[in-house]
Write a protein that binds this ligand. Structure first.
Ligand SMILES: CSCC[C@H](NC=O)C(=O)N[C@@H](C)C(=O)O
Length: 698
């Protein structure tokens, strides 16, 4: 071989080596701290939040006006025990929180989780932190605590019943017994009544327990499903959402239909209820499934607040609790999320994917609307992301969590006087976190075969001559939106970290926001013929793969795909249907069997399109295409998953085994859908990128 060819071979080898040269480790990029449970005291200018630092979950405090951060707990083991229900007592003297459970689950969220294989199952417990002396103590088993207005009593749920304890002399005791399952506890402004929902399976009712009289009464009881009860500011009335109870006559399964809901009020004394508003009987008029659902509040000046999709976007509305007559408060082609009624009940804070930049639809910024005047401001802007706003007691500062393309989510203070924003807690970032190596993803928009504009984010490191391998990331939910920066959900901050790692390795990475996702309006979020009704969202995934293949810098023979949960489902579908396009994949706790959700008809009554629906569901599943699945796959699932049954992966692997189809697997015993133990998160992330690299490297 002449010297030229030798030199070229060495160059290509070094290039290949360089292509996969990595300037930071998976552990370093996965070590992003994640803030949650941001809350503000209503009486002192304190904020508090829970911070997950490599699985060590602790509470931090900061106080106006300097907001120096202070860690006030010392949980020092990566044991998967999350912090939830973090709240100040109204007098600002104590913090109450729950430790344990898996509150992001679809079932058993209040059951202990044990990813560290402790000898005995960890419990879900209510803790108290005394701010006067920093004393932290576990009070009792329980969940969903709420503190009485006089800061003396905590009411909480245990075994689906109502319990209480005195904060100064805790002797937990069940308050009363009631048939069914209790939820949505809230104290009346006077503190002598407890409002809650009792679920009886076919229906649910709003109920009030009078602590003085030790008596219980139902408010406007019916055979409906009543939810989301809220007190009027004077404590004399309650508003709630009413939806139909029981089961309907079998309807066409493959057709979309209106999901009815109403807003009611009821008088505490007479228990009489009145319907105040009925949703427009349109598809857009269905109750919203975006964050907070109906977001029902009773504001000052007798205004009822709700969120509706009726104009095509999730927006806020107000109506007089007596006269009705709704008014739209937020308007425009954007989504409202994370809605908070200010302590004075005169305005609403929210997160919105709108702002002056043309690609702000793929970010989040903080907004505020005055309820009586309807005056709306978007308070934050720029190439950053701000979400989950809370307002501090002095009305001078607002706190939120913020990120950008490089910096992970951190608590951030916004001065309402100057508009200045100050990130706090940057010292919590690990010293070896690869901040400067983070790439800035770019917004791309391409068309699906049926004409939809599909938004995506592309991550690409400069340089790296020749054709690069590529990876498509498919999010889960599916009611999610990936953004132009670190995400406000921990699951998707983690996949953002993976995408950064892959891009830094030299892959071209595309994160696709397929239909069914939020942030792009009702018809994008609620399209027809998706999931087990036809899987047309896969059109967007395949279009994303073809978009990657069309890029001049991408080697179209080295495109991989990965995704979790709903994204795992679409990853499996892509590998099964299009192994020619997707050469390798990692299916993380994916869904694979879709037909069993169709209830087998009892007796003669069945949906008019039942057989067609069964066939559609089957052909919407990867199971229908195993004959054409030739690309290598790694299956990963936690076997205490409470969002997607682990059987979805166990059963698919059984089929692979019986068909003698090659696969690799990683089971994570005793962990859930959210990799509660940090060591498991790193293990899953590492396995994912190693498998992709193994099959896509030059
Ligand atoms: C419809 S399949 C269930 C998928 C699951 N949704 C809720 O549990 C999922 O995608 N979970 C995570 C990843 C998410 O909600 O984003």
């Amino acid at each position: 071989m002449d010297m030229k060819k030798v030199k070229l071979s060495i160059f290509i080898f070094l290039l290949g080596f360089n292509l996969f040269a990595q300037s930071f480790t998976m552990e370093q990029v996965t070590s992003f701290p994640f803030p949650s449970e941001l809350t503000a005291s209503n009486s002192k200018d304190w904020i508090a939040w829970a911070m997950n630092e490599k699985g060590l979950r602790n509470i931090y405090l900061a106080q106006a006006p300097h907001f120096d951060t202070k860690k006030v707990t010392n949980f020092s083991v990566d044991d998967g025990q999350e912090i939830s229900s973090l709240q100040f007592t109204p007098d600002g003297n104590n913090l109450i929180f729950v430790r344990g459970g898996e509150h992001g689950s679809n079932w058993d969220w209040n059951v202990g989780i044990n990813p560290s294989q402790s000898t005995f199952m960890p419990k879900v417990e209510i803790w108290k932190l005394a701010l006067v002396n920093g004393k932290v103590e576990m009070i009792t088993e329980g969940d969903e605590p709420i503190v009485s207005p006089d800061s003396k009593t905590v009411a909480y749920i245990k075994n689906r019943q109502v319990w209480t304890f005195d904060l100064n002399d805790p002797k937990p005791a069940q308050l009363f017994e009631i048939k069914g399952s209790v939820a949505n506890l809230s104290w009346s402004p006077s503190g002598d009544l407890l409002l809650f929902i009792v679920n009886r399976g076919t229906h649910s009712m709003v109920a009030v327990f009078d602590l003085r009289e030790k008596s219980l009464r139902y408010l406007s009881p019916s055979f409906s499903r009543d939810t989301s009860p809220r007190w009027s500011p004077d404590g004399r009335k309650v508003t709630f959402i009413r939806r139909p109870g029981g089961k309907p006559e079998p309807q066409p399964i493959l057709e979309q239909r209106h999901n009815p809901w109403e807003i009611w009020t009821a008088d505490i004394q007479t228990t009489e209820g009145k319907m105040r508003w009925k949703a427009p009987e349109t598809l857009r008029g269905s109750i919203s499934t975006t964050h907070g659902g109906a977001n029902l509040h009773w504001a000052a000046d007798n205004q009822l607040i709700y969120l509706s999709y009726e104009d095509g976007w999730p927006h806020l509305y107000a109506m007089d609790a007596e006269a009705g007559l709704s008014r739209q408060l937020t308007k425009g082609n954007f989504m409202v999320e994370h809605v908070l009624l200010t302590p004075d009940k005169k305005s609403l804070l929210f997160t919105a994917n709108t702002g002056p930049l043309k690609d702000d639809i793929d970010r989040r910024h903080i907004g505020r609307v005055d309820i009586l005047s309807g005056k709306m401001d978007i308070w934050s802007q720029g190439e950053s992301i701000e979400t989950n706003p809370v307002i501090l007691s002095g009305n001078q500062f607002l706190a939120c969590i913020s990120s950008n393309s490089k910096r992970p989510m951190l608590p951030t203070i916004l001065s309402l006087e100057t508009g200045q924003m100050k990130v706090i807690g940057e010292s919590i970032l690990p010293p070896d976190f690869p901040l400067e190596q983070m790439l800035t993803p770019k917004q791309v928009i391409f068309k699906s075969p049926d004409g939809l504009n599909i938004h995506a984010q592309i991550f690409e490191k400069e340089g790296g001559e020749g054709k690069k391998p590529a990876v498509l990331f498919v999010h889960g939910g599916p009611q999610r939106q990936m953004l132009l920066g670190w995400h406000y959900g921990d699951y998707y901050s983690n996949t953002y970290a993976i995408n950064q790692y892959l891009a830094n390795m030299g892959f071209v990475v595309l994160s696709v926001n397929f239909r069914l996702g939020i942030g792009y309006g009702h018809e994008f979020h609620k399209p027809e013929r998706t999931y087990w009704q036809g899987a047309e969202e896969y059109l967007d995934v395949k279009a994303a793969g073809e978009y990657l293949a069309s890029l001049p810098q991408v080697d179209d023979q080295r495109i991989g795909i990965y995704g979790g949960s709903y994204g795992g489902y679409l990853t499996a579908l892509a590998l099964a249907k299009d192994s020619g396009l997707f050469k390798v994949g990692v299916d993380i706790h994916g869904v694979h069997e879709l037909s069993s959700r169709l209830e087998m008809p009892e007796g003669f009554e069945k949906a008019p399109d039942f057989e067609k629906a069964q066939k559609t569901a089957f052909y919407s599943s990867p199971l229908a295409y195993l004959d054409t699945w030739t690309s290598p796959v790694l299956f990963i699932h936690g076997d205490d998953d409470r969002n997607v049954q682990v059987s979805q992966t166990v059963d698919l692997i059984r089929r692979f085994e019986e068909r003698k189809m090659p696969f690799e697997y990683l089971i994570i015993p005793d962990d859930s859908h959210h990799w509660m133990k940090y060591a498991n998160l790193v293990k899953v992330n590492t396995a994912t990128v190693d498998f992709l690299q193994k099959h896509l490297k030059p």
